[in-house]
Design a protein around this ligand. Structure first.
Ligand SMILES: [Zn+2]
Length: 343
């Protein structure tokens, strides 16, 4: 057991959670991206007594002008019309139920509220546990289970507030093509994506590095199937970390998808929940070093309910400044936590 110096009580400032039962009402039927994902997460958080004692930050749906910082107003209007007429399938992967667009706007609003809370000090750390996910939604098109790009709207909100440099780390197993598109020509957002290659949506080659002022501010690290915790840590430490330190972000956002987990049915990677915790601790350290600790994670993919829940717990533990003990407790089922900090 080790203790931290009193000047930096990482674990004493608990992460705000942005949750709502409404996020379960995005009705996708038997699609892999379904409400059961949030049920599994909530069950784990309740079982480990991780819900109480946190900053309670209210949020509401992002209005269209806030969504329009990222999305084409014609896309927003068209999507609302599609939903109002009963919805259907936006493409072969992306279902839209009658309430889905309002719920996607609520997810974006949660991200905006998380950014506001980080900036005004009510909660420097947040975890947006919303659905639908967002990182495949481009400015003009929903795709890949995503309608509005929640993390991109949050980043745009931080820039609108007056920040100059926002870091987005995307560790979902799929490339965050929509987020990349949104910020491909700006030097105000450093977008770093680690993803399986080849895989949907087919973008994310290392040669995609940004354009114009944004040249060099998009960083893609495609990895072959089978990459494990060590491979991810190595990429993070050797590629992402130096770029992030040079960028000196004022706010750090994570597209936290957990479909690179070894048990995930959609990805072919070998990352464990412990690996996600290690990645999260690294991102928190970047935020501590440069951004006054401001970091907000956004749930993206992750389609094995147990693996997803364990990975969310591990990430939350890292955001809270805890070590690996919490998800060890989840695995053993006793729910007890230790104060050990192993990293
Ligand atoms: Zn994914």
């Amino acid at each position: 057991m080790t203790t931290r110096p009193p000047s930096r009580q990482l674990g004493r400032e608990r992460t705000a959670l942005f949750r709502s039962l409404t996020f379960r009402e995005h009705d996708t039927g038997s699609h892999p991206e379904n409400a059961g994902r949030l049920v599994a997460i909530d069950t784990a958080l309740e079982r480990l007594d991780l819900l109480g004692g946190r900053p309670d930050i209210p949020f509401s749906a992002a209005p269209d002008d806030v969504l329009a910082r990222v999305h084409d107003p014609r896309y927003i209007a068209g999507l609302r019309e599609f939903s109002a007429q009963g919805g259907g399938w936006l493409d072969a992967d992306t279902p839209v139920s009658p309430r889905s667009v309002d719920i996607a706007a609520l997810a974006a609003g949660a991200g905006v509220a998380a950014v506001d809370a980080a900036l005004d000090g009510r909660a420097r750390r947040g975890f947006v546990l919303a659905r639908p996910p967002g990182h495949h939604a481009t400015p003009s098109r929903g795709m890949g289970f995503c309608l509005f790009n929640t993390v991109a709207v949050a980043a745009a909100h931080a820039l609108d507030y007056g920040l100059d440099r926002v870091l987005i780390v995307d560790w979902d197993v799929h490339h965050g093509n929509g987020t990349q598109d949104a910020f491909y020509e700006t030097d105000q957002v450093l977008f770093c994506s680690i993803h399986q290659w080849p895989l949907y949506p087919g973008t994310g080659a290392a040669s995609e590095r940004g354009n114009c002022r944004g040249a060099g501010y998009t960083m893609n690290v495609p990895l072959s199937p089978g990459a494990d915790d060590n491979a991810y840590m190595e990429v993070f430490d050797q590629v992402i970390l130096p770029a992030a330190n040079a960028f000196q972000p004022q706010m750090v956002l994570i597209s936290a998808g957990f479909d690179a987990h070894a048990n995930d049915p959609l990805g072919s990677m070998q990352v464990t929940e412990r690996g996600f915790g290690g990645l999260a601790r690294r991102v928190v350290q970047i935020a501590e070093n440069h951004a006054d600790g401001r970091v907000v994670a956004f749930l993206e993919g992750g389609y094995d309910p147990m693996a997803l829940a364990a990975s969310v717990v591990a990430t939350l533990a890292a955001l809270d400044g805890e070590g690996a003990s919490l998800f060890d407790a989840l695995r053993s089922g006793d729910g007890e936590t230790e104060t050990r900090h192993d990293e």
